[in-house]
Write a protein that binds this ligand. Structure first.
Ligand SMILES: [Zn+2]
Length: 195
């Protein structure tokens, strides 16, 4: 039996069942609050170890990830692999691009592994890959913790995922939980208190 990410996410409270209003305006019966994982470094360590075991990549020099969750995963994977990490932040030119700012993370011909936490549209991973193109490095592999797209995302390069997770996103008019009149929860505004 391999590593079961879904169970780990449930155990640390990151994956919950209910009736949720997503930021897209759609409704879902499951919600992933990744910060429940990111706030538990010991659990994140296990998840990153499983990602390393699963990935098909060799001779990595640098592990790169986008802010916010991606940089924590990049740092932990790099720590376990004994290599450097690099962080793709929002560019400071007001665009929606990403850039490797602040320090020179790369050496010529570095082989770079790009990682991220939860891939829904692939935007942040794609921006990280694009930011890499400005450096004299080689994209060695891409790996995400959770692929919520059912493999539907085209990054222009192959990628792997520790887990595929099909989280439904219903139009409110078609939501079966609305039909049952289940109370709607807006994540991030409730269930956050002291303790
Ligand atoms: Zn609903």
């Amino acid at each position: 039996m391999g590593f079961q990410l879904e169970r780990v996410l449930e155990e640390c409270g990151a994956l919950t069942q209910g009736h949720f209003l997503l930021s897209s305006g759609k409704h879902s019966d499951r919600y992933i609050e990744k910060f429940h994982l990111l706030r538990k470094p010991a659990v994140l360590e296990q998840v990153c170890r499983a990602m390393i075991e699963r990935m098909n990549a060799s001779s990595i020099d640098v592990v790169a990830g986008p802010t916010t969750g991606g940089i924590l995963i990049a740092a932990e994977i790099a720590r376990q692999m004994g290599v450097r990490a690099a962080y793709a932040e929002r560019a400071d030119d007001g665009s929606l691009q990403r850039a490797f700012r602040r320090v020179n993370y790369f050496e010529p011909e570095d082989r770079v592994l790009v990682v991220d936490d939860i891939m829904t549209t692939g935007g942040s991973v794609r921006e990280t890959i694009k930011a890499l193109e400005k450096h004299p490095v080689e994209l060695a592999a891409v790996m995400v913790m959770v692929d919520r797209s059912n493999g539907a995302i085209d990054l222009g390069t192959p990628y792997s995922a520790l887990a595929e997770m099909d989280v439904p996103a219903w139009d409110p008019r078609e939501c079966p939980l609305c039909a049952e009149k289940t109370p709607l929860i807006k994540p991030g505004t409730t269930n956050v208190g002291v303790g």
